[in-house]
Design a protein around this ligand. Structure first.
Ligand code: COA
Length: 278
């Protein structure tokens, strides 16, 4: 039944999505799903339809536990996502702005809350909403010529898809303030220096490097990855004592899985573990 639904969905997906390309990898990359933001004529700027399509894919993905890693990237070689589509802003009222930000935030929260690991592969500009999309992923790899920034002040607005919160949590308040107040657009190397991105590669090597890490993650016990993610996410903003309790619960939950027994057994038998996700 699940397989059937998956097949149906993947078939519909190929035909129905206008601004996303969705590819479930096979062979030695099985367990990995690649979603490409696709509006190349406007540097993949995000409009409402793209966000709605993303919401649909993410909602579906949350139930597809055979998929272990989501990779997000941008179409073409110039941009990941050059921001929210600015043409939406000219006539937007304050009330409409609340709906706009709330909807975008709900989609990015869905991304952040996925049980799978998520990697943003920045193949070019990641600005405004594009940077915020990457920030809702677990971590970011970037091409050497990628550029990152929250240039919203230059449009007279504030980042509205989580940038003020996720960027300051990731790189610290003062650095986030400097970048957001000035709208500076920085190089991938600079982003690496301030730990906004985890690694930088030559553009031609970016996807191979992303797949290398994605494959490694996909080969691990999925519940262990999901529980680690949950403990990190939920424990990040609370007291250390409460966060350690969360870790205890996560640790304990993995002991109810067959994969945990397999992991220990494989080590003792000096062989590679075969994880099934159970
Ligand atoms: N929204 C709508 N359209 C956008 C866009 C956005 N965020 N970013 C780029 N585009 C469009 C451009 O208007 C242009 O369309 P056109 O060919 O019809 O004129 C096309 O994408 C190509 O962009 P262009 O500006 O010509 O490319 P460039 O290489 O000269 O500059 C950027 C690239 C990213 C520096 C520049 O496009 C830019 O500053 N974009 C807006 C970034 C931003 O402020 N993002 C935050 C939004 S909240």
């Amino acid at each position: 039944m699940v397989e059937k639904r998956k097949e149906d969905f993947m078939t519909t997906l190929k035909h129905d999505f206008k601004h996303l390309l969705v590819e479930e990898k096979t062979g030695d990359l099985s367990g990995i799903i690649l979603v490409t933001l696709h509006r190349p004529e406007v540097l993949n700027a995000m409009n409402r339809l793209m966000l709605e399509e993303l919401k649909e894919v993410l909602t579906w993905l949350g139930e597809q536990l055979h998929l272990r890693v989501l990779i997000l990237t941008g179409s073409g070689d110039k941009a990941f996502v050059a921001g929210a589509d600015i043409s939406q802003f000219e006539k937007m009222t304050p009330a409409e702005a609340i709906e706009f930000a709330t909807f975008g935030q709900s989609v990015f929260n869905l991304l952040e809350g996925l049980p799978q690991a998520t990697i943003a592969a920045l193949n070019g500009y990641a600005l405004g909403g594009g940077s915020e999309l990457a920030l809702a992923c677990d971590f970011i790899y970037a091409a050497r010529d990628a550029k990152l920034g929250q240039p919203e002040v230059n449009l007279g607005i504030v980042p509205g898809y989580g940038g003020t919160q996720r960027l300051s949590r990731l790189i610290g308040k003062a650095m986030a303030k400097e970048l957001i107040f000035s709208g500076k657009i920085i190089s991938a190397e600079e982003a690496l220096r301030i730990r906004w991105v985890n690694a930088v590669f030559e553009g031609k090597d970016l996807m191979a490097e992303v797949y290398k890490t994605a494959k490694l993650i996909a080969s691990m016990a999925p519940r262990a990855v999901a529980e680690s993610k949950k403990a990190i996410e939920e424990g990040y903003d609370i007291s250390l004592g409460s966060a350690l309790e969360l870790e205890c619960d996560a640790f304990s939950a993995t002991f109810g899985t067959q994969d945990q027994k397999e992991g220990a057994r494989a080590f003792l038998e000096k062989r590679s573990p075969k994880f099934t996700g159970r």
